[in-house]
Design a protein around this ligand. Sequence first.
Ligand code: ATP
Ligand code: MG
Length: 246
Amino acid sequence: MTKIISVTSGKGGVGKSTVSAGVAAAFARRGKKTLIVELDMGLRGLDLMLGMENRIVYDLGDVLQGRCLPWDAVVQSEEIPRLWYLAAPSRTLLQFRFEDLVKCVNDLKEKFDIIILDTPAGLGISMMAVRDLSDYAVIVATPDPVCIRDGAKVAEMMEEMHFSDYGVMINRVSRAAVRKSSIHDLDDVIDGVGAPLIGVLTEDLALQNAQSRGLILPEDTRPSKVFLALSKRLEGIYVPLVIDRL
Ligand SMILES: Nc1ncnc2c1ncn2[C@@H]1O[C@H](COP(=O)(O)OP(=O)(O)OP(=O)(O)O)[C@@H](O)[C@H]1O
Ligand SMILES: [Mg+2]
């Protein structure tokens, strides 16, 4: 059965697209046919992170406005053949019916083992995507108080929707980030967000550099190992958390 996983956050810019790309690559490397659907309408960015910017012919906007079928808009990675990408429109899609998005994702379901929904900042589309499409939601949070409070709000809203399959991925952990905030350790983040911990990713310059050049990091790097472990945990396979010492 296809598993649909939303990657969400309260605050923007905390690493949702980074986590989406990383965990999708990990699933694909493990042999799962994996699709990332970018829901950031008007703010396409994953094409650059994945090095696919020159290969987009149709995007999600074209699908939602009936100019092509969902499958026509899906692009296969050259680097990781089991990884596929459905790009967000690069200009704002002023009007679309959410039910058409649900139909699009459901139409693609039979072709993939895993679908990752990279949701936009804010609670609108992302919460609907969790409610109407997802089997699991990853809440990405960085160790700062504003982000934790926003993450807690997301968790609270999920509970109100009776959606309880979610966990928190703490991103951009560094000694400096922890020192700067009132957060003393990762337990403060877990308690603050109120969600089980499913992954920890440290601040990583190599990851940032690779992203800006449209490259996916090799499998033997720390971030790739974190994403590999996350992909397994998301399938219910018990693996210890990969946590770097700060
Ligand atoms: N662990 C990390 N180490 C270093 N840089 C990171 C890390 N995670 C994310 N970044 C950087 O942070 C920036 C924002 O990341 P990203 O675009 O993934 O966030 P986002 O949550 O998807 O943002 P938005 O809310 O705008 O969609 C990017 O420049 C990315 O390279
Ligand atoms: Mg993003």
